[in-house]
Design a protein around this ligand. Structure first.
Ligand SMILES: Cc1cc2nc3c(=O)[nH]c(=O)nc-3n(C[C@H](O)[C@H](O)[C@H](O)COP(=O)(O)O)c2cc1C
Length: 151
């Protein structure tokens, strides 16, 4: 099983979650985390699992992430199982409906990926972090759930 975790991160928190997810997925095969700034379509070729992570910005997906995904070929994720996560503040149930991962999930499926698990949020205490205690462990467990859906 080969997995790629693509991420965008302004302050490093989403990167840390992406690396924890990649480490969790690497237990069952090969997995690496790639910054979306450096992503090229070839990184995704032949991947069984593609996970994407982004911070929520202004209740939405940051423009940089949208632009990077828009550059990919139309069926770049055909044949891959996908999963999306975001890092966000704790929000009211109303605002929690507007997370980057929900938008990411939609974009990844538009590129031909099939959803392995529902979008997930990992929580930060403030704009620059830190991640809440236990979130990296939760990310690792989430990766195991994804791998379980694929195997
Ligand atoms: C411009 C900007 C807008 C943000 N808007 C939201 C928001 O709407 N909802 C939210 O939960 N967090 C929001 N945040 C907080 C981010 O979710 C937080 O900075 C992010 O999780 C940190 O991840 P990073 O270290 O990978 O950049 C915002 C942060 C920035 C910089």
């Amino acid at each position: 099983m080969s997995a790629v975790v693509i991420y965008f991160s302004k302050f490093g928190n989403t990167k840390s979650v992406a690396e924890a997810v990649a480490a969790g997925l690497a237990v069952d095969g090969s997995a690496r985390a790639v910054s979306i700034d450096e992503l090229v379509a070839e990184d995704l070729a032949g991947a069984d699992i593609v996970v994407a992570g982004s911070p929520t910005h202004k209740m939405n997906l940051p423009d940089d992430v949208r632009a990077a995904l828009d550059k990919l070929p139309r069926h770049a994720l055909k044949g891959a199982k996908i999963a999306a996560f975001d890092t966000s503040y704790h929000m009211s149930p109303f605002l929690a409906r507007f997370t980057a991962s929900k938008k990411l999930d939609k974009s990844l499926r538009k590129l031909g990926g099939k959803r392995a698990v529902p979008p997930e949020t990992f929580f930060v205490a403030g704009k620059e972090g830190p991640l809440d205690d236990g979130e990296l462990e939760r990310a690792s467990a989430w990766a195991q759930t994804i791998a379980g859906q694929v195997n």
